[in-house]
Design a protein. Structure first.
Ligand code: NAD
Length: 518
């Protein structure tokens, strides 16, 4: 990190979503002297960020907001706040992943050396003001997949990103550093630079790529303990200086060796490749799961034996109903699209197979349910436990559960009951209604019923599918006496009828949520 890096005093993050909110909160936490503003056009979202109930659920987020937004909560000493990695003592990894720091055994007693924190994180809708005051502007808006056609790759929908870039170009102060935080197609930086030149001819800005690698459900842990920060810049003195300025923000808590600098396009492409390779691993083991089913081999045993080879490693080798979430599929399809536009059909076909295998993994579960229930769901109740795309998040985008529900609906069951420990019944009903198209959701009946209680969801079911691997489903909810109760402790609550024998073979087909990135 060059000593000449300009001092950053004011950061504006555009997009108060799953990435923008937590990232801005952690940056603010570790940089008490930087004012961080998060801007969104969605007034309701901003209102919720300013309330006690932020729009997203992430373990650990709540306490950080209490410090940086409210100026209260578990405190830290000056030393702890300024030493790289020093906050580990305040927010131990274990505490952050449990979301349980600030209380119980992770409670931290306030000492004389604790500093009173001035709040330095603000959520607002006033984009023009915040952008004009910022010396670093992070663009963290949604970049979803465009509608996919004919099994080919999909371009990224850049509408929100381009709209925000145009606003930034209009309002940013000369010399501002504009950072692509969103996942974008390779060479987007060129587009940003040309938009800046168009709107503000002759004004100097610097464009950086700084893709985010956090995963929903572990966002705070991932941000606090990032294994790498990737910063791409143009290969000029000004570009390097801008990269050094952004690096100095992260260096407040990330060891310098983990800050990787590259050229702009390498950084953009690396994000797509990282997600595509993780997706590929999941599809690889799911393809082997099908072979195991047909041969009598056990995919968990195969994975353990294969993963023991250090060249392969054991992570991301858990077979299940495939990856979900807003990013993995989108990024693989974006890579496929890139290969197609570069006229590399062999490369495109290779990566497209990863998505096709994921769809196959979903359909295998539904086929197994049918096999277990005499090939018909008519007159039967099926329960789907878990609606979020992975545990410890309320993010339901591209959730495997939604695909499973849609596939089950086609089989005409009497009822599909759905329960999730984090998503609210309203959130689930809205999503299922939207995806189910024509049918009407009724509160107490109809083909899909959302429940706020796991036992009522399972009552009288012919099959219970665990589609999100929440601990509650594995261990049972923690009772008042601290003992895990739950499904196994109350087997009479689950009517499994003739599927009973098969459930044990159905249940070990969890979704992949093992540190699933986004
Ligand atoms: P999100 O949909 O949760 O949040 C995006 C926010 O941007 C929304 O609140 C939206 O209202 C806001 N926005 C859109 N247009 C705007 C405008 N013109 N002005 C102001 N605000 C505007 O999306 P996300 O999950 O936070 O993802 C953001 C980016 O980060 C995407 O490119 C995604 O691929 C990438 N990413 C996401 C994750 C993840 O876990 N979700 C992880 C890594 C990277």
């Amino acid at each position: 990190i060059a000593a000449t890096a300009p001092t950053v005093r004011n950061i504006c993050c555009i997009g108060a979503g799953f990435v923008g909110g937590p990232t801005a909160a952690v940056i603010a936490l570790h940089n008490p002297h930087i004012r961080v503003t998060v801007v969104d056009k969605d007034e309701n979202r901003i209102r919720r960020w300013n309330s006690k109930h932020p729009p997203i659920y992430e373990p650990g987020l709540h306490d950080i907001l209490r410090i940086v937004r409210d100026g209260s909560g578990p405190s830290a000493t000056n030393d702890e706040l300024t030493k790289p990695g020093g906050l580990d003592g305040v927010f131990p990894r274990e505490a952050v992943s449990s979301g349980n720091y600030g209380e119980g055994r992770h409670a931290r007693v306030q000492t004389k050396s604790d500093v009173a924190r001035q709040p330095n994180l603000v959520f607002t809708t006033d984009l023009a003001k915040c952008v004009s005051e910022a010396d670093v502007i992070l663009i963290a808006v949604n970049t979803p997949t465009k509608t996919r056609g004919n099994g080919a790759g999909s371009a990224t929908d850049m509408a929100a990103f381009e709209a925000v870039t145009a606003l930034v170009a209009r309002h940013a102060s000369p010399g501002a550093i504009i950072v692509e935080k969103s996942t974008v197609p390779c060479r987007t930086a060129q587009l940003v630079q040309s938009m800046l030149a168009l709107y503000r001819p002759g004004v100097q800005f610097q464009v950086l790529s700084n893709p985010e690698f956090l995963a929903a459900g572990t966002a705070i842990n991932d941000l606090l303990h990032a294994d790498r920060i990737l910063i791409g810049s143009s290969n000029t003195a000004a570009g390097h200086k801008a990269a050094a300025a952004l690096a100095s923000v992260y260096a407040s808590w990330i060891p310098p060796a983990r800050i990787i600098t590259t050229n702009l396009f390498s950084s953009e492409l690396a994000k797509l490749v990282a997600n595509s390779m993780l997706a590929q691993r999941i599809s690889s083991i799911n393809s082997i799961a099908a072979v195991c089913d047909a041969t009598g081999a056990d995919v968990d045993e195969v994975a353990r034996a294969v993963g023991a080879d250090p060249r392969i490693g054991g992570k991301f080798l858990k077979a299940g109903i495939g990856f979900g979430g807003s990013c993995l599929k989108k990024d693989v399809l974006s890579l496929v699209y890139l290969a197609e536009t570069l006229v590399l059909p062999e490369v495109a076909r290779y990566w497209l197979a990863v998505v096709e295998m994921n769809e196959f993994a979903r359909s295998r579960l539904v086929s197994r349910v049918l096999r277990c229930l005499n090939n018909t769901l008519a007159g039967k109740k099926v329960t789907v436990l878990g609606f979020a795309f992975k545990k410890d998040t309320n993010d339901t985008r591209e959730s495997p559960a939604l695909d499973i529900i849609r596939a089950l609906e086609k089989e005409g069951p009497d009822t599909i009951a759905v329960y999730d420990p984090v998503c609210t019944p309203t959130q689930m009903a809205e999503q299922i209604g939207r995806f189910a198209g024509s049918h009407v959701l009724r509160a107490n009946g109809g083909p899909v019923v959302v429940h706020s209680d796991v036992y009522s969801a399972c009552q009288g079911s012919d099959a219970v599918l665990i589609t999100t691997e929440f601990d509650e489903f594995k261990n049972g909810p923690v009772e008042a006496d601290g003992v895990a109760g739950g499904l196994e402790a109350n087997p009479s609550q689950i009517s499994t009828s003739d599927a009973d024998d098969h459930l044990s073979s159905l249940n070990p087909v969890p979704p992949c949520d093992e540190d699933c990135p986004e």
